[in-house]
Design a protein around this ligand. Sequence first.
Ligand code: MRU
Length: 345
Amino acid sequence: MIDHIRLSDDEKSVIILDQTRLPNGTEYLELSEPYEMYEAIRLLRVRGAPAIGIFAGFALYCLARKYESLPYPQFLKRLEEDAEYLKSSRPTAVNLPWAIKRMTSAAERQKSMDGMLEALRAEAQAILDEDIAMCKAISEHGLSLLKDGDGVLTHCNAGPLATSRYGTALGPLLLGRERGMNFRVFADETRPLLQGARLTAYELHKAGVDVTLICDNMASMVMKKGWVQFCFVGCDRVAANGDTANKIGTSGVAILARHYGIPFYVLGPSSTIDISCPCGEQIEIELREPGEIREKWYAEPMAPEGVKCYNPAFDVTDHSLISGIITEKGICRPPYTESLAALFV
Ligand code: MRU
């Protein structure tokens, strides 16, 4: 598996695999300025809830190195300014503010510049290492539900590119494949930015998993044919009652799954659970550029000039449609207000 987020050798910049170029190009970018880092998140060069948290950790460490000669109070102020700036790049995934808070708290705990950079580097590395361990554990729990030959439908991309290793929703499929199991995976293409086509199909195909790409509006058809035994999706923010924000279109998949009696599971690390958010109504949904619907990917615009477009990047799946939420600690079942709260005691 590739390290798609890492520090440069001199540790002055973060190197990322530019996910907007996949699957046709493998291009790495070296980012050292705050606006480059902000833009990388905003434009989805680095994306997926856990991955943007991991990236923000290393990004803040690199930025901190720029002003390490400042006295402690000024240093902290600069770090907090950069932290706020990076946090404002995308609003929905909780992993971004979660990781940023870990970095600023690590700096505050230090109380002086002694050992500051070492502490920040260690915190960024811990965020990455913990994610690797969490993804592995999530993959094991998810795999415990599957048997050889099962059909699994997934939406968007919750694989290694969206995390560290294995991924969340794709983790059980990749782990099972490593162990010689075979699944039939249906990957929704995921309009408008095609994470399913460009990234999920790419990751699974490369790993030798039997993956079939479908347009988003074909999910009902493959479910009706009996080809899907489970739906596995990732998450960007899970509220305390289990309502789950994930890529736009996820709630439609959950509604279809309920109609056809197919279990629908959300997989994510406990860092994606926002226990301070009571329900989905409180989750801010990112709105993106109309051009992503109207003209992106097409040789010429596919809608009349000036037509109104509504482009929410995420939607919220009601907790009542979710069979289980799989974290590194196991499988939470309804009522989620109790099972999710129990993860944090
Ligand atoms: O807009 P994106 O590509 O960042 O959206 C990603 C998703 O919706 C993923 O399903 C989610 O972040 C989970 S990644 C493990």
